[in-house]
Design a binder for this molecule. Structure first.
Ligand code: ZN
Length: 297
């Protein structure tokens, strides 16, 4: 379908186009143009956008695949625990606490300019490179979980329980009738639930049992960035999972897990390490932004 006369030229000398808001009749022609892309290409593009959105950890709601980049939901508000959203304001792109999207509900949060972050993030990487051995040590210490033994014990206990329930189920195998069916159904449900819990724990255990592997992955990612000064199209989310915005002049980059549920309740007490500064000018005043990393287990 094609709509003609969506705009019209009022003054042929200036050649200025105006939106046709009803001053002239619009002309509608069905099936006038062949489709611009084939259905196959369209579906491939949708698939690619979806994988990009997944890469950047987006939930994938409606329109979530449009215009996403590494800054999408990168900022995190420690006051209302909401992600930051991107917004263009007078030619500058900035990140805002999403509680302020409709009404200014989150009084303590501050917006951050993307053009500043474009410079701050390479500085953060440089700081970590310069202190690599110390950074490695801190990571290893954070990832070496002392509750590992407890977890292993729970996994073993679950295995034993699942085994017992399976044996019971076998005993009822040849028996039928409503009462037996109910018991069998109950046992199956139980086995499923126990198996799920065991799978989750085993997965956690595998990751935590190898802190060196996690540390090496992070160091590898650090060196992938180190050759450049400019941020370019580098996907820094592989290194910095989120950015906690205490305020515009105190930014904390999260390294490690992107699960922020266990952050200290008081944002001011979030432990910031490898601190660096960035000076910027707003109108006539100079400001200093302090930034660093937080290692999240
Ligand atoms: Zn907020």
């Amino acid at each position: 379908m094609v709509i003609l006369q969506k705009t019209y030229t009022q003054n042929v000398l200036t050649n200025k186009r105006h939106n046709n808001d009803g001053k002239l009749d619009k002309v509608i022609i069905e099936n006038a143009l062949p489709p611009i892309v084939s259905k196959q290409v369209y579906l491939e593009v949708q698939e690619r956008m979806k994988s990009l959105a997944e890469k950047y950890n987006l939930s994938g709601g409606r329109n979530a695949y449009d215009h996403t980049n590494s800054y999408t939901a990168f900022g995190y508000c420690p006051y209302c625990r909401s992600p930051y959203f991107r917004k263009w304001n007078h030619g500058n792109e900035a990140l805002y606490c999403s509680s302020n999207k409709e009404r200014a509900r989150c009084k303590e949060s501050e917006s951050v300019f993307v053009k500043h972050l474009d410079e701050i993030i390479p500085l953060m990487v440089k700081k970590l490179i310069a202190n690599e051995s110390e950074f490695k040590k801190e990571l290893l210490e954070a990832f070496s979980d002392k509750s590992l033994i407890e977890k292993k014990e729970r996994i073993d206990a679950l295995s034993k329980e699942i085994e017992e329930q399976r044996d019971k189920l076998l005993q009822y195998d040849g028996l039928s009738g409503d009462a037996f069916d109910a018991i069998k159904e109950y046992l199956r449900k139980n086995i499923n639930e126990l198996s799920d819990e065991k799978a989750v724990l085993e997965n956690e255990w595998l990751i935590e049992a190898n802190p060196e592997t996690r540390v090496n992955e992070i160091i590898k990612e650090l060196h992938r960035f180190s050759a450049r000064d400019k941020i370019g199209d580098y996907d820094f989310r592989k290194l910095f999972k989120r950015m906690i915005v205490i305020n515009r002049d105190r930014l904390i980059f999260v390294v490690g897990s992107d699960n922020l549920n266990n952050l200290p309740y008081n944002p001011q007490s979030i432990n910031m390490k490898f601190i660096e500064t960035y000076k910027y000018r707003l109108r006539c005043t100079w400001f200093t932004c302090n930034f660093g990393i937080y290692i999240n287990k």
